[in-house]
Design a protein around this ligand. Structure first.
Ligand code: ADP
Ligand code: ASP
Ligand code: MG
Length: 406
């Protein structure tokens, strides 16, 4: 007998027919002699619908009230699933965060889980019940409802699996696993049988939204085995686990993209010590995270050009700050560009192989795609390009590195 946590995403519970399909899967797992805890997302499109209702009132809804609103999507789906399972003859109980006590910090909209009380879940499992928990939500120390950021049900599931010391956390979604690139962008994408926590962490933070980043961090920290698979087929999916020696033989595991960043450029900035510090200090003080930075300076003119990226959500705030500081420093102008994409190649094998960067650059060059910025780490290389070339870049890199072959 195993303790299995299963998470079903929005498309998997998009309508009653699909809720029935999910219930059948849960029953199958239960009948195989396992204890099952289920984490469910809101029905597809529901979270977006709730957010847009609030946005009809104001651009900046009160954060506490917005969490109160958008957490309701999950309450609907857990209850529907419990009603379904009970009607099929399998006793099930649904819970929202305050009933279980999923305790988070008080950062509305991006709360982090601190603690989960496992007693109540374990008691009901011992009574042979199926336990269904609302994903995406928690409560802070004052009992306010919080949410974990978009895609946060993955994190709820992995955190619950860690708290219960479950044997496995199965993430059921609308694709058959983790692929070499987003299968909805390139049909030649190949499903990976296994991927290390570290690579998955990079892929998730560089755009592969199949798992929320925080869920992978949790899994890595607590050693939770994740199986990402489709709720529409019985095929095995992708296991996310500790790195294995065989994984290092694969140089590149995947190509990802994100269009979440914006680039800010400061032109003709006097080139003297302390200038960069003044700009980035001001930005850091507001808690804004800068991703890539590039500076070019010309010896003869005494000016430098500085460019950096921040998330689009932080663009306006950062732009305002940068303009203030740049003016004080005597820079010529501050410009920005939102039409950029970050394309990244990820693989633990890069640690011991050279040549990935040059092959990436020459592949993009052959397609006439200009690289605006570059950043590297031990297991990834990212390039900023014009967003309109995203798909072309993904396809040509996927082909050049022969990722469909594996
Ligand atoms: P769910 O609603 O089940 O949580 P999501 O939409 O959050 O599902 O995540 C699944 C989606 O992630 C897929 O439909 C796919 O378009 C996207 N995706 C992006 N990159 C990848 C990748 N490398 N492998 C698999 N899916 C990916
Ligand atoms: N319903 C939430 C969202 O749409 C959480 C999730 O689906 O994981 O972001
Ligand atoms: Mg998701």
């Amino acid at each position: 007998m195993a303790l299995i946590v299963q998470k079903y995403g929005g498309t998997s519970v998009a309508n009653i027919e699909r809720v029935r399909n999910v219930a059948a899967r849960i029953i199958k797992t239960k009948n195989e002699g396992n204890k099952v805890v289920v984490v469910v997302s809101a029905m597809a499109g529901e979270t977006d619908r709730l957010i847009s209702l609030a946005k009809e009132i104001t651009d900046k809804p009160n954060e506490r009230e917005l969490d109160m609103l958008i957490s309701t999507g999950e309450q609907v789906s857990v209850a529907l699933l419990a009603i379904m399972l009970n009607s099929m003859g399998y006793p099930a109980l649904s819970y929202v965060a305050h009933q279980i006590k999923i305790i988070t910090d008080d950062k509305f909209g991006r709360a982090r889980i601190r603690e989960i009380e496992s007693e109540r879940i374990l008691e009901e499992l011992d009574k042979d019940k199926i336990v269904i928990v609302a994903g995406f939500q928690g409560i802070d120390s004052q009992n306010n409802i919080t949410t974990l950021g978009r895609g946060g049900s993955d994190t709820s599931a992995v955190a619950i699996a860690a708290a219960l010391k479950a044997d496995i956390c199965e993430i059921y979604t609308d694709v058959e696993g983790v692929f070499t690139t987003d299968p909805n962008i390139y049909s030649k994408a190949r499903k990976l049988d296994k991927i290390s926590y570290e690579e998955m962490l990079e892929m998730a933070s560089l755009g592969a939204k199949v798992l929320q980043i925080r869920s992978v961090e949790f899994a890595k920290k607590y050693g939770v085995l994740i199986h990402v698979r489709s709720s529409f087929s019985d095929k095995p999916g992708t296991i996310v686990c500790e790195e294995e020696i065989s994984m290092e033989k694969v140089v590149v595991s995947g190509v990802t993209y994100t269009k979440n960043d914006a680039r800010i450029a400061i032109n003709k900035l006097p080139d003297k010590p302390g200038v960069a510090a003044k700009i980035f200090d001001a930005i850091a003080k507001k808690g804004i995270i800068v991703d890539m930075i590039i500076q070019t300076s010309s010896m003869d003119t005494g000016y430098a050009n500085l460019a950096f990226t921040v998330s689009k959500a932080d663009l306006n705030k950062t732009l305002e700050l940068t303009k203030q500081v740049a003016k004080k420093l005597g820079a010529k102008e501050v410009t920005y560009d939102e039409n950029i994409a970050k394309i990244s190649m990820v693989g633990v094998g890069m640690r011991s192989h050279s040549g990935v960067a040059s092959k990436m650059f020459s592949t993009l060059a052959k397609e006439g795609i200009n690289i605006q910025m570059i950043s590297t780490s031990e297991i990834k290389i990212s390039c900023i390009i014009d967003a309109k070339y995203t798909e072309l870049a993904i396809r040509s890199l996927h082909d050049a590195f022969e990722l469909e072959k594996g």
